[in-house]
Ligand binder design. Structure first.
Ligand SMILES: Cc1cc2nc3c(=O)[nH]c(=O)nc-3n(C[C@H](O)[C@H](O)[C@H](O)COP(=O)(O)OP(=O)(O)OC[C@H]3O[C@@H](n4cnc5c(N)ncnc54)[C@H](O)[C@@H]3O)c2cc1C
Length: 434
């Protein structure tokens, strides 16, 4: 079977890898000269398998007015005359109920746990080097009310296999001494020892190399996809810069490029790009970089040590999405990080990056079939694309190969994803959390 994977980010490359490993002929079409250089390039680097609660939840509703009014809030909203933007916002608000957020949390925990297991297999099988560490993760809270909410969330997640513990402020600084400067500002933290970190770009590049050299994947770089050609109920070709590519099956993994191409086929994907920023800060011996991955929930900033660098990422901007780096937002990220971890690295030597999370309103990726018989989705991973890439790719590849996937794809499919399910019966994901 010939499968054409559209998009060479972390999601497209992992999909190509699993399909080629099964013996299929695979072609990846990517507009850039190499894999992993768009949203997968300099993201937060956290493999956040257990910290998967959706952005849409009762606490987001609570914070929204303050976020919208403050210039130093982690969320920036610039309203546009855009149906896509307003539709996305309305859908987001609809998902902010406790019940929906709990169901989504369990569905995402299942995906996260499976992703960890699949990622571990990939690392064992291929031995790729991507600055991976079994760092563990500490999420710190500055607001006592928010910390109480986080403890309730922890208790809820424990029923579904997540192993986490709550620490008071002093214990947070003991667990992660790089937080010494803000010890007196913390209400507490949630520690998840099973979380990992790694460089998403290196992972994508190296897995792409393995996919090509070991399993024969054909990468068509410098090729923009201009459209999919449809005949009847199926796709017959992909129109690219270097001509049409014909395949038996097609996987749409274009990140933020997915919705426009899908819309041309009459398929509406509930996705919107949420812009963020990162700093990659050099770390030398004299510095005190965090050994744990850290998330500072108040500022919504994540920290992960990747080899000799500290990756600091944050900001959720619903603004025009281009590669423009907003100097004020970067300065805010830099100053908040430097106040939180003053000696974590050489902030003056930081490399600056911006990218946009391909986000769905409920935070769940879009996986599996569409109403065109041979077009499948693997997109919409939002803030967790690196974390969930292995699970999504394996599930989609297994479906395409006619095998039963390890998880039911229904909660992540375009059709039926909003169906209420009894999340208590969705099963325990603890198969992979250690
Ligand atoms: C600031 C920030 C921090 C983040 N932190 C984390 C984190 O800590 N952990 C985590 O798990 N996730 C994180 N994420 C999310 C993660 O980076 C994304 O979910 C993930 O990279 C999405 O991967 P993708 O392959 O779907 O998209 P991409 O990496 O964008 O890949 C899509 C590819 O399709 C190509 N493409 C698009 N349109 C076309 C076209 N028409 N023709 C040809 N090619 C096309 C693009 O060039 C691109 O290479 C973060 C994101 C941001 C912005």
């Amino acid at each position: 079977m010939h499968v054409c994977v559209l998009g060479g980010g972390v999601v497209g490359v992992t999909t190509a890898y699993f399909l080629a490993r099964e013996g299929h002929r695979v072609t990846v079409v990517e507009q850039h000269p190499e894999a992993g250089v768009e949203t997968s390039f300099a993201n937060g680097g956290q493999l956040s398998y257990s910290y998967v609660a959706p952005l849409a939840g009762p606490s987001a509703l609570h914070h929204l007015p303050a976020w919208l009014l403050s210039k130093t809030a982690p969320l920036l909203f610039r309203p546009r005359l855009s149906l896509a933007q307003w539709t996305w916002c309305m859908q987001f608000l609809r998902h902010c109920t406790t019940d929906r957020s709990r169901q989504t949390t369990v569905e995402m925990l299942l995906l996260g746990a499976y992703s960890k297991a699949v990622m571990n297999d990939v690392m064992l099988d291929e031995g790729i080097d991507f600055a991976h560490s079994k760092s563990g993760k500490l999420v710190v809270y500055r607001d006592p009310v928010e910390f109480e909410g986080a403890k309730r969330q922890m208790e809820f997640q424990a029923k579904f296999g997540a192993e986490q513990s709550a620490l008071d402020a002093k214990a947070c600084v003991l667990a992660e001494p790089a937080l010494y400067a803000v010890g007196d500002k913390l209400a507490g933290g949630i520690l998840t020892p099973s979380e990992d970190a790694g460089d998403c770009y290196l992972f994508t590049r190296e897995l792409g190399r393995v996919a090509k050299e070991k399993y024969g994947v054909d990468f068509l770089f410098n090729n923009r996809v201009h459209g999919l050609i449809r005949e009847g109920g199926k796709v017959v070709a992909v129109r690219t810069d270097s001509g049409d590519v014909n395949a038996d099956l097609y996987v749409l993994a274009l990140g933020n490029g997915s919705s426009e191409l899908a819309a041309d086929l009459g398929i509406r994907l509930p996705m919107y790009p949420l812009k963020g920023y990162s700093l990659t800060v050099p770390v030398e011996e004299a510095h005190q970089a965090p050994a744990l991955s850290v998330t500072d929930l108040h500022h919504k900033i994540v920290y992960a040590k990747l080899g000799q660098h500290l990756r600091i990422a944050g900001m959720v901007d619903m603004t025009p999405t281009d590669s423009h780096v907003d100097a004020a937002r970067i300065e805010l990220l830099r100053s908040q990080a430097a106040a939180t971890m003053p000696n974590a690295g050489d902030y003056s030597g930081a490399q600056v990056w911006t990218g946009a999370r391909p986000a769905t309103p409920d935070s769940k990726p879009l996986l599996g079939k569409t109403n065109l018989s041979n077009l499948h989705l693997n997109t919409g991973h939002g803030a967790l694309g690196f974390t969930l890439a292995c699970a999504s790719a394996k599930l989609v590849a297994d479906t395409l190969c006619g095998r039963s996937p390890a998880l039911d794809l229904a909660p992540y499919q375009l059709a039926g994803r909003n169906v209420r399910r009894d999340y208590r019966k969705l099963g325990s994901p603890n198969l992979a959390l250690n």
